[in-house]
Every structure is written in C-alpha cells, then in structure tokens.
Write a protein that binds this ligand. Structure first.
Ligand code: SF4
Ligand code: SF4
Length: 98
C-alpha cells in the first residue's frame, strides 16, 4: 500500500512568490510576457497617462518625461497602450520576440 502523501494545509502554504520584504525589484516579471509595449518617442506628447495607469510601475520617467519601458518588470498587460490617447497612439503592442 502506497504511503499517504502529506498535503499542505492553508496555514502551511507560502503566501505568494515573494517571501521577504523589499524583493519586488529583484523579482523580474518580464519573462511572463507574450506581447510587449513599444513606445514611440516621436508620437508621445508626455501626457503621463501611461505612467499613471501602469500597474507594474514599468513606464520609465526621467526628469518628468517618459523615456521608455522597463522590460524587466513589464508583464505586457497592454493597459498603457489602451490608455494612451487614441489621437496620439504612441504605444503599440507587438508580439514578444523569443
Ligand atoms: S504593458 Fe502593462 S505592465 Fe507593461 S508597461 Fe504597459 S501597463 Fe505597464
Ligand atoms: S500615454 Fe502615450 S502620449 Fe501619454 S505619455 Fe504615455 S506614451 Fe506618451
């Protein structure tokens, strides 16, 4: 007869993937992406809507201006591309290259 497997209880399961405080910067989530946002500097009017909207703080801002995307942490959710004003369309989503 096969020995019974020990199943973890709810109290024994770890909470999330990050167990220590302050490790979110080191936990690179960019590998989860299947599509990536591509920012066009020429079209961008610096309205900062993408920066406000990004759930992963992956819009890079320097000296008060958007300068690119942090692909180490961007998950490719596409919110920035949807929220970028349609008349500008400075962020497009493209298939991730392997
Ligand atoms: S695709 Fe999502 S995670 Fe990546 S920069 Fe845009 S809003 Fe942020
Ligand atoms: S939402 Fe679009 S136009 Fe506005 S700062 Fe971001 S990329 Fe530029």
């Amino acid at each position: 007869m096969k020995a019974e497997e020990h199943k973890l209880t709810a109290k024994e399961l770890p909470v999330g993937d990050i167990l220590e405080a302050g490790t979110a910067v080191a936990f690179k989530t960019g590998a989860w992406r299947s599509i990536r946002p591509v920012w066009n500097a020429q079209k961008c009017i610096q309205c900062m809507i993408c920066w406000i909207s990004c759930p992963d703080t992956s819009i890079i801002v320097k000296d008060g201006k958007v300068t690119g995307i942090n692909y180490d942490h961007c998950k490719g959710c596409g919110i920035c591309a949807v929220e970028c004003p349609k008349k500008v369309c400075a962020i497009t989503m493209e298939a991730e290259k392997k």
